[in-house]
Design a protein around this ligand. Sequence first.
Ligand code: COA
Length: 173
Amino acid sequence: MSEWLIRSERPGDEPAIHSVTKAAFADHPHSQGTEPAIIEALRADGDLTLSLVAEAGSTILGHAAFSPAHLSGDEAGWYTLGPVAVLPERQGQGIGRSLIEAGLTQMRAAGAQGVVVLGEPDLYGRFGFRRGTALHIDGPLASYFQVLPFGSAVPASTVAFAPGFASASARDR
Ligand SMILES: CC(C)(COP(=O)(O)OP(=O)(O)OC[C@H]1O[C@@H](n2cnc3c(N)ncnc32)[C@H](O)[C@@H]1OP(=O)(O)O)[C@@H](O)C(=O)NCCC(=O)NCCS
């Protein structure tokens, strides 16, 4: 049994989620430090479909967010995973895997069609995400875009992330 539990965000968790996310991305080569603001923008917009924390005792060790993905063909039931963050001193112990697997299980059980993510293929490929599907994004980050369909249908649509991703990045610039 692991020494942490995975549960949904509760009121009062917001500052700890901010700190964990800020610390996790502090040395990330592709981060502009906007991840805590993205989570807050998603929350303010009502777009935090699922917000999971990993907790040991009363300490939050990690966090994963899921938000709605908007498809150009208006197909419903697609969600974006991210940001995902684990405290630097607790990385590499299986906490990120627990968060991602629990989130995917919950999204599938809730009837989602699938989940998309923008991130390292080496990391997300371990969870079944794959590149080069019909579902895609445009632009320079397209090669980091990955899709995990829960069924056989993968629409040939373009994905737009929830507005919180763009508004947080613009505000912090
Ligand atoms: C990425 C992150 C959330 C993973 O959490 P973690 O608790 O360290 O990961 P785990 O120990 O559960 O490892 C899960 C698996 O992913 C792999 N992995 C972890 N980080 C990885 C990375 N950056 N690249 C490739 N694989 C990675 C592990 O080797 C492990 O694989 P295995 O189970 O097949 O052996 C965490 O390292 C983190 O917060 N990093 C900084 C922020 C970040 O990069 N977030 C993701 C943005 S795309």
